[in-house]
Design a protein around this ligand. Structure first.
Ligand code: NDP
Length: 498
C-alpha cells in the first residue's frame, strides 16, 4: 500500500509554484510554466513557473543589491551562522514533508530520502553554520629585498566572491541544493539557484524554509527552468561573479565557455566512471553487498557510482554471482510503496539513455548476467543489471551510464589494477575491498580520483571534501575546502613608520 501523503505535500504540489526573486514569489516574465512529472507513473505532478533570461537578469540585479546594500553584508558572522543553523533545524522539523516531495519528484524510495537525503542536507547546513565565524586570513612577515629596513604589517582577508549562480541536477535535488547553498552562505555570498527541470519541488520548499529561518530578501533566489535557457543565461551573465555547477561533463564544458565572457570563477562537479576493486582477500560478507550498493544506490544515478567492478580473478565468479543475486532480489516500485528498494529512473529521457547503453553493450558482445532491459510498461523503471565479457573500448565500459548497470571484469595484480582503474577520462571516486591495509593504502595513493573508499562505499559527510580529478570537475564541495571556492583572498600591506 502506498504511503499516505502529508496534507502539506498535497497542497504544495497542487498549487502552481512560482519563482523566488528578491524575497517575492513571482510569475516568470514570459508567463510560461512547465510540468514536473512523477517518474513512477509519467503523470504530471505539479506546474512550475519557467524562468528564462529576463528572470535571470532580474534575480541578478536583486542579488547584487542584497550583496552590496542589504542587511546580509552588514550582518555579523555569528548572526549569519545562526540563520544557516536554523535552516538545518527547519529541514529537520519538516523532514517527512521534504522526504515525500523528494520521493514523488525524483522517484527515490521514501525510506532512502528519510534516511539519507534529508538528514544529510540538515547536517550540511549545520556544519557550514559553524564555519561562518571561522573564516580567517593570516598575518604575513614581509622581507621586501629592495626596501631594506622597512617595516610592514601585512595580512590577508577572505572575502565573499559576490553573486553566485548555482546550477544543480536531479539525482539528489535537496542535498545538491544544500551542498551548494551552505558554503556560499557561510562565506557571505548571495545566490541564484537553478534546480533541475525534472526535480524543482524540494528546492522551492527549501526556499520557503530559508525565508522562515530569517534570511534577508534577495540573498537566495530560486529560478526553476530549463538548462538551455535559464541555466545558460545564468552561466553567461556578466553580473554573476561565480558559477557552481553539478551535472554532466558535457554541460560542464558549456559552462566553462559561457563563463569566459566576464571570466567568472567556476567550480564543477561532473560525471564519473568509478572503479570498485575487490581483492582476493576481501571479506565477501561486506565486499559483495558493498559492490552492489556502490552501483545500485539511488538507482545508479550517482556521479560516483561504482560502475566498473574489478574483481581479482580468483574470486571473480563468486563476487559477480553474489552481486547478481542481490540485483535479482531488489524490489522495484514506486518510491512511496514501503517495500520498494529501487524506484524508477528520473525521466523518460534517462530511461531511453540507459536502455540505449544496454542495447549497445549487447550488440558489442557483453553478457547480461542479470537484468538488461526496462522493467514494466509504466514509469521509467530499469532492471538492475550486471554485465561481463566486456572489453575496455566498449561504450558501456568507457561512458557514464547513470543507471543501475555495472560492468564487471577480472584482474590479476596491483600494478595492472591501478592502470585499469585510471584508464578513464574521469576521476571522481573509487572503492577498494581488502583485509590488507598496506595494499589498500598503496592503491589509494595510485588512484587518480577525488574520493577513495576502503571497505566501504558511498560514505558522505559534510566534513569530507568531495570532487573530481581529471574530467570529473574543478574544486571541492563540503569540508572546509568548499569555503575556499567561495572566497577571494585579499592581501593588505601597510608600511609602518618607525
Ligand atoms: P545536465 O548536465 O544536462 O543537467 C544538470 C543541470 O544543468 C540541470 O539543472 C540542467 O538544466 C542544467 N543545464 C543543462 N544544460 C545547460 C546549459 N546549456 N547551461 C546551463 N545549465 C544547463 O544533465 P542531464 O539531466 O541532462 O543528465 C545527463 C547526464 O548527465 C546523466 O545521464 C549523467 O551522466 C550526467 N549527470 C551527472 C550528474 C552528477 O551528479 N555529476 C547529475 C545529473 C546528470 P535542466 O534541468 O533543464 O536539464
Amino acid at each position: 500500500m502506498t504511503v499516505a501523503l502529508e496534507k502539506s505535500v498535497e497542497d504544495f504540489v497542487t498549487t502552481p509554484r512560482k519563482l523566488l526573486i528578491d524575497g517575492q514569489w513571482v510569475e516568470a516574465a514570459s508567463g510560461k510554466s512547465f510540468a514536473t512529472l512523477n517518474p513512477a507513473t509519467g503523470e504530471t505532478l505539479a506546474h512550475i513557473a519557467e524562468a528564462d533570461a529576463e528572470d535571470v537578469d532580474r534575480a541578478v540585479r536583486a542579488a547584487r543589491r542584497a550583496f552590496e546594500q542589504g542587511p546580509w553584508s552588514r550582518m555579523s558572522a555569528s548572526e549569519r551562522g545562526r540563520i544557516i543553523w536554523r535552516i538545518g533545524d527547519l529541514i529537520e522539523a519538516h523532514a517527512e514533508e521534504l522526504a515525500q516531495l523528494e520521493s514523488l519528484d525524483n522517484g527515490k524510495p521514501l525510506a532512502i530520502a528519510r534516511a539519507a537525503d534529508i538528514p544529510l542536507a540538515a547536517d550540511l547546513f549545520r556544519y557550514m553554520a559553524g564555519w561562518a565565524t571561522k573564516i580567517e586570513g593570516n598575518t604575513i612577515s614581509l622581507s621586501v629585498p629592495y626596501m631594506p629596513g622597512a617595516g610592514f604589517h601585512a595580512y590577508t582577508l577572505r572575502e565573499p566572491i559576490g553573486v553566485i549562480g548555482q546550477i544543480i541536477p536531479w539525482n539528489f535535488p535537496l542535498l545538491m541544493a544544500a551542498w551548494k547553498l551552505g558554503p556560499a552562505l557561510a562565506t557571505g555570498n548571495v545566490v541564484i539557484l537553478k534546480p533541475a527541470e525534472q526535480t524543482p519541488l524540494s528546492a522551492l520548499r527549501l526556499a520557503e524554509l530559508i525565508a522562515e529561518a530569517g534570511m534577508p530578501d534577495g540573498v537566495v533566489n530560486v529560478l526553476p527552468g530549463y538548462g538551455e535557457t535559464a541555466g545558460a543565461a545564468l552561466a553567461a551573465h556578466d553580473g554573476v561573479d561565480k558559477i557552481a555547477f553539478t551535472g554532466s561533463t558535457e554541460v560542464g564544458k558549456l559552462i566553462v565557455h559561457a563563463a569566459a565572457g566576464n571570466l567568472k570563477k567556476v567550480t564543477l562537479e561532473l560525471g564519473g566512471k568509478s572503479p570498485n576493486i575487490v581483492f582476493e582477500d576481501a571479506d565477501p560478507e561486506i565486499a559483495i553487498p558493498g559492490a552492489a550498493n556502490a552501483i545500485f544506490f539511488n538507482h545508479g544515478q550517482c556521479c560516483v557510482a561504482g560502475s566498473r567492478l574489478f574483481v581479482h580473478q580468483s574470486r571473480f565468479d563468486e563476487v559477480v554471482d553474489g552481486v547478481a543475486a542481490i540485483a535479482r532480489d531488489i524490489k522495484l516500485g514506486s518510491g512511496l510503496e514501503p517495500d520498494t528498494q529501487m524506484g524508477p529512473l528520473v525521466s523518460d529521457e534517462q530511461l531511453r539513455r540507459v536502455t540505449g547503453y544496454l542495447d549497445s553493450g549487447r550488440s558489442e558482445g557483453a553478457r547480461m548476467v542479470t537484468g538488461g532491459g526496462r522493467h514494466g510498461e509504466r514509469g521509467y523503471f530499469v532492471q538492475p543489471t550486471v554485465l561481463t565479457d566486456t572489453r575496455p573500448d566498449m561504450k558501456v565500459v568507457r561512458e557514464e551510464i547513470f543507471g543501475p548497470v555495472v560492468v564487471a571484469s577480472a584482474f590479476s595484480d596491483l600494478d595492472e589494477i591501478a592502470r585499469q582503474a585510471n584508464d578513464t577520462p574521469y576521476g571522481l571516486g573509487a572503492g577498494i575491498w581488502t583485509r590488507d591495509i598496506s595494499k589498500a593504502h598503496a592503491l589509494a595513493g595510485k588512484i587518480r580520483a577525488g574520493t577513495v573508499w576502503i571497505n566501504c562505499y558511498n560514505v558522505f559527510d559534510a566534513a569530507l571534501p568531495f570532487g573530481g580529478y581529471k574530467q570529473s570537475g574543478w574544486g571541492r564541495e563540503m569540508g572546509h575546502q568548499a569555503l575556499e571556492a567561495y572566497t577571494e583572498v585579499k592581501a593588505v600591506c601597510a608600511q609602518l613608520q618607525t
